[in-house]
Design a protein around this ligand. Structure first.
Ligand SMILES: [Ca+2]
Length: 587
């Protein structure tokens, strides 16, 4: 009896297995090369033009267009530059539209305001890897362009009274033989604190528990109008210094304050642990200072930079209203500084944007000096404004450290090095793109994927050095959790710019740009085999030809969910198409 039951059980299992294999064979069919040619054929539904971009092909500014990022600060570590930025975030009205024309104040005055810090990194200043955003007061790694409605307030990290994370400053140093990373930020205008990590991309922790590093109870800080905008520098001996403060309500400062000397600037030496003050902060004179303290050690000279206030014009230094000005010291962070000079005009005057404030940072990368700053060009290209994105331009100083005023360019910095296609590259490393976003995914490389993929969307990376020749390509993609789904990636090199590509034109809802053409070098099918729905899979294909030398590389996407016009409204995105995680070429 027992044996008979077992035999029945085994034969039932065998029949079920046959049915399963049969069903699986029924639903899965390989995509042929001819199928894929049809996907990308404009006569069969592929759009005549690829999705619009918010950046001109060939340009590097703004550094990223799939998310905003304001008040940039820069940190260079292992030949990679990391940008940390206030995470300007779309706010929607009751109808699901982005707040813009009716808006009378900056984004950070609304609702949840800026509670996150966005992180991008690059080895060459033109291809930027998106590391998402982490929220000082909320869950890690959100992309508010996609997930703002999904924030879970119950996950907020509770730090008493901390609900903003504005304008970060970053530094790293070796402590106990290991690199340690420090990110200082302002809790709105009411205090400065710090998070630390063992890597430049976190995870970040609060070394001070529930305490702030600087509050109004800190000596000499109760009469600072805006207690915010930290800038940090480490001198050649390894000592850290913090610069902060701002505001223009000189009645707050007390006696003797004028618009020429608002008495709002503070500086303080840090202890070797970088998370405590070595002394009381001191007030120091910064002519016409309003906000945006940053300090950089470039070639042994210290460049203190700040934004002037709106009552600056007519001063003896020739400074304009809300420009970025700098003073240079050759004898240490607290040394003798020169008189201020303008380093960067206000974006509104220089670019014809609707920018209001000004904030930036100087940094040195691969032996060249640069300035990173923000403008509203990205938002205005989207047809809105107020939200800010980071730009970078090259900067030169003479032997005395004097910098001539830097033109704000739409083109941005030149590529510093090339991308290596023979290592694993994150798909969220982007030079220019049309139609996609990035989002966090815990199982993805770099915990981030390219998402919202529609037919005709694309991602381009600049200056890929294929060297002696690539013959195969691998992609890691995430299969969507839906039936009968097909996607594909077409690999192209060296396309042409299309649409408005003039270096003096601001893009907007009418003046749009994209790429076209290029040489197709291969195609990657994306279809689930049985059991692969919702999984990350690797697809490897032979290229149509051996690709050599330095080329710009484009991933053009096909999705059986079809074409969707580029939109910034949350109800009009394809979150359920395939997602792109990593890629690599093989010789
Ligand atoms: Ca990834």
């Amino acid at each position: 009896m027992k044996n008979k039951n077992r035999a029945v059980f085994i034969s039932s299992m065998f029949i079920l297995l046959i049915i399963f294999i049969f069903t699986a064979c029924q639903t899965y069919r390989e995509i042929t090369k001819s199928d894929m040619e049809k996907f990308f054929d404009t006569h069969r539904g592929f759009p005549d033009t690829l999705s619009n971009s918010f950046k001109v092909y060939g340009f590097a500014n703004p550094v990223a267009t799939q998310a905003f990022g304001a008040d940039p600060t820069a940190l260079v570590y292992n030949d990679r530059v990391y940008l940390y930025m206030s995470n300007d975030t779309f706010l929607y009205d009751d109808n699901g539209y982005v707040h813009y024309e009716t808006q009378t104040a900056e984004t950070f005055s609304y609702g949840k305001g800026i509670q996150g810090i966005r992180v991008l990194s690059s080895e060459d200043l033109v291809n930027w890897t998106c590391h998402g955003a982490f929220n000082i007061t909320g869950p890690e790694n959100t992309n508010p362009l996609i997930d703002s409605a999904e924030w879970d307030d119950s996950q907020l990290v509770e730090i008493s009274g901390v609900n903003r994370s504005w304008a970060p400053a970053a530094a790293w140093k070796m402590i106990d033989g290991k690199p340690k990373f420090f990110l200082y930020w302002g809790n709105g205008g009411s205090g400065v604190s710090v998070v630390t990590a063992d890597s430049p991309t976190g995870p970040w922790t609060y070394p001070l528990g529930r305490r702030m590093l600087i509050t109004r109870n800190t000596p000499n800080c109760d009469n600072v109008h805006f207690l915010f905008d930290p800038g940090v520098v480490i001198d050649n001996e390894g000592n850290g210094y913090l610069f902060f403060g701002g505001g223009d309500n000189i009645s707050v400062a007390g006696g003797g304050a004028t618009m020429a000397d608002t008495k709002m600037a503070r500086r303080v030496k840090l202890n070797p642990d970088m998370i405590s003050l070595a002394e009381d902060p001191e007030q120091w004179r910064v002519p016409y200072m309003f906000e945006a303290s940053e300090i950089a050690n470039i070639g042994g000279k210290y460049y203190y930079m700040y934004s002037t206030h709106n009552s600056t014009e007519g001063n003896p230094f020739g400074l304009g209203n809300a420009v970025l000005a700098y003073m240079v010291s050759s004898d240490g962070p607290f040394g003798n500084y020169t008189d201020p000079k303008t380093v960067l005009n206000h974006p509104q005057r220089a670019l014809g944007t609707r920018d209001s404030n000004n904030h930036g940072v100087m940094f040195e990368f691969k032996g060249q000096a640069y300035i990173a700053y923000h403008t509203q060009m990205l938002a205005e290209a989207m047809g809105i404004f107020r939200y800010r994105a980071t730009h970078i331009d090259r900067m030169n100083m003479d032997s005395n450290g004097i910098i001539e005023e830097i033109p704000l360019t739409r083109k941005g910095a030149a590529q510093a090095g090339h991308l290596n296609p023979y290592i694993v590259n994150e798909a969220e490393t982007i030079g220019v793109q049309g139609g996609i976003y990035t989002r966090p995914h815990s199982e993805a490389g770099n915990k981030t994927v390219v998402t919202s993929i529609d037919t005709g969307d694309w991602v381009l990376v600049y200056g890929v050095d294929f060297d002696s020749g690539a013959n195969k390509f691998s992609a890691i993609v995430r299969i969507p959790e839906r039936d009968k789904y097909t996607g594909a990636i077409e690999l192209r090199i060296n396309p042409e710019a299309d649409g408005h590509t003039d270096a003096n034109t601001n893009l907007n809802a009418v003046k749009t740009t994209r790429i076209k053409g290029g040489e197709v070098i291969g195609r990657v099918p994306v279809r689930a085999k049985p059991g692969e729905k919702g999984k990350f899979i690797t697809v490897t294909v032979d290229l149509d030809k051996t690709v050599t030398g330095i080329n710009d590389l484009v991933f053009v996407f096909y999705s059986s969910l079809g074409v969707k016009p580029l939109t910034i409204f949350p109800d009009n995105r394809h979150k359920d198409a395939f997602e792109f995680d990593q890629w690599q070429f093989h010789k």
